[in-house]
Write a new protein. Structure first.
Length: 585
């Protein structure tokens, strides 16, 4: 295939799914999609289920997850008679489709001249799927049925006609049926965008040429990924990390990864990981694999996303561990468990290729849900706030400040939209000063924010990284841990599980004060450029004591912070300076 045709076809396929992403984001009723972009679209091979192209505006955690879902759905559909024109299948079964019950997947076949050519799929987060807590985040859940309704693979549309019985079953079990119907319609209608674009491409090039292009795209992605893996020194790289608790039992949960590099093959071995968790800190094996690919994509961003990029990898994931959930394990903590998989991959790769791999990012999605009846309209609402936080420092630069979770990229709803939609107001929303891991390149700072309720509400929080902060690498320091404080009835308190709380009753004026972790530091703090330390001081990201005690500097002029000059004093002089400061104090 000539390079020009291949490039045009690849760009056109990616544009089709990008357009689907944007169409759904603009059309959805719920802010979790329209504001947070908690959705994704992809095009898949009808025979193998491999990803052909994936939209760039949705969540990375769906990067490979929808491929695994499509591959598992294909035999189910074939057993039921196969895909037919006008059909759309639906599921949110977390053991089959991964993630959690709120992530609903639709699959639509695309036919050319009566022959099945490809499969479109999309994922959208629906704000509420029933269950014991609004929004689906139930830190005390011990089985899947406490988290909401499970939808097995079913025909949502048959021959273009909606199955109203299936729709009625779903809407009867959720708290926001009208919003759900709007998001469902938007997800169904967006397939027309994909069909139109793909039909135009088929008319231009023909099926045979497109099949050759798709095979070549996948072969090149596989070759690209193998070339990067081959540059990693052969060997085994191991890391152990922990979750604070599972929301039910206050005991840390151990997760292990041994990354084995052999030539151009990469094996992820999670043997030794604990599980299953009693509470909701479980994810499916498909999601575990998907997040490994997300981490690889962060480290090797040049590799195009399609099924070929996944071929050089293999996995050992222990059955019934927290990384391979099976019925009836609760999975609502998927938003946090997924982030730890990214941390583990970064931590092992940082041992092998430190020049390309960052320290740990903030490592917790820390989802907060606020729900109740709006005092003006009386309508029921559910507001969802995923944490922003700091990314890890790297050989190239400091970490990102106030970033979205690297595994999901779910954006924090804007303050203005939040206060417009819901009876809440923000007391503050700011950079969390001093939260970054120290290093030659420090981590990014996390975020501090306070949300007060203007009416009675129910609040749930599902996070982690309080007891086990994001780690630094190559001599870098850990970041500040997660922080959750609740102010109810005039008293400030910390939940017994630190960052997890279920259905706390808030009254008007009650508030939550949250501080997300920063990212871990990269390299020794003593190697940091003094000019960067000065910038951090002037920006308020570190204080004078940190500059002196951690970074070993002397502040020559403290009359005004804008005129401050920083000098490094190493060795004995540093210790003498620190002692003189203590004596003066």
């Amino acid at each position: 295939m000539d390079a020009v045709t291949l490039a045009v076809v690849r760009g056109a396929l990616e544009q089709i799914v990008d357009e689907m992403d944007l169409n759904l984001i603009h059309a959805a009723l719920s802010p979790i999609i329209s504001e947070t972009n908690d959705c994704a679209h992809g095009l898949y091979d009808a025979r193998t289920g491999e990803t052909i192209a994936q939209g760039g505006y949705g969540l990375p955690m769906f990067l490979a997850n929808m491929q695994f879902t499509v591959q598992r759905i294909i035999p189910v559909v074939e057993a039921a008679g196969g895909f037919k024109p006008g059909d759309i299948w639906i599921t949110n079964d977390p053991y089959l489709s991964g993630t959690h019950l709120n992530d609903v997947i639709l699959i639509s076949p695309h036919f050319v001249d009566g022959e099945l050519f490809a499969l479109f799929a999309n994922t959208g987060h629906w704000m509420d799927m029933g269950g014991s807590a609004p929004g689906g985040w139930v830190p005390t859940a011990t089985e899947i049925h406490q988290e909401g309704i499970v939808i097995p693979p079913l025909k949502l549309l048959e021959g273009g006609r909606r199955n109203d019985g299936v729709v009625a079953m779903i809407t009867a079990n959720v708290r926001l049926p009208q919003q759900l119907l709007g998001d469902m319609a938007a997800m169904i209608n967006v397939f027309a965008i994909g069909r139109r674009g793909l039909d135009d491409l088929v008319a231009r090039y023909g099926v045979d040429t497109l099949r050759v292009c798709i095979a070549e795209m996948m072969a090149r992605s596989e070759a690209d990924m193998r070339s990067y893996i081959a540059e990693i020194p052969d060997g085994s790289y191991e890391l152990i990390d922990y979750f604070d608790n599972d929301g039910v039992v206050d005991q840390r949960l151990e997760v292990k990864l041994k990354l084995v590099v052999e030539g151009s093959d990469l094996h992820f071995d999670f043997t030794g990981t604990v599980g299953p968790a009693v509470g909701p800190m479980n994810i499916s094996d498909a999601t575990t694999r998907s997040l490994c690919f997300v981490a690889l994509k962060h480290v090797f961003p040049e590799v195009p996303v399609n099924g070929g990029a996944f071929r050089p990898t293999s996995f050992t994931i222990p059955d019934r561990s927290i990384l391979a959930a099976s019925y009836p394990s609760a999975v609502g903590g998927t938003t946090d468990v997924t982030q730890r998989v990214v941390d583990l991959v970064f931590g092992t790769l940082a041992q092998a290729i430190p020049d390309k791999t960052p320290a740990a990012p903030f490592g917790t999605t820390g989802v907060v849900s606020v729900s109740g009846h709006h005092p003006d309209s009386g309508r029921y609402y559910v507001a969802v706030y995923p944490y922003p936080g700091g990314y890890g420092g790297s050989r190239a630069s400091d970490g990102l400040v106030n970033g979205t979770p690297p595994g999901s990229m779910a954006k924090f709803m804007s303050v203005e939209m939040s206060e417009h939609r819901y009876p809440v107001h923000f007391e503050y929303f700011a950079i969390r000063e001093g939260s970054a891991g120290h290093g030659e390149h420090r981590g990014g700072c996390g975020t501090a924010y306070g949300i007060a309720t203007d009416a009675d509400a129910v609040v749930s929080i599902l996070g982690d990284r309080v007891d086990h902060a994001p780690f630094g690498v190559q001599g870098g320091g850990p970041a500040a841990p997660n922080k959750v404080e609740l102010r109810t009835d005039g008293k400030t308190w910390i939940p017994p599980m630190r960052s997890k709380a279920t259905k706390v009753n808030f009254h008007k004026g009650d508030a939550m004060h949250l501080g997300s972790p920063g990212g871990g530091g990269f390299g020794s703090p003593m190697l940091r450029d003094p000019r960067l330390i000065e910038d951090d001081l002037n920006d308020g990201l570190i204080d004078l004591q940190t500059a002196c005690d951690i970074y070993g500097v002397v502040v020559a002029d403290t009359r005004t912070i804008l005129d401050r000059t920083v000098y490094r004093v190493d060795g004995e002089a540093t210790r003498a300076h620190r002692e003189s400061r203590r004596t003066a104090a």
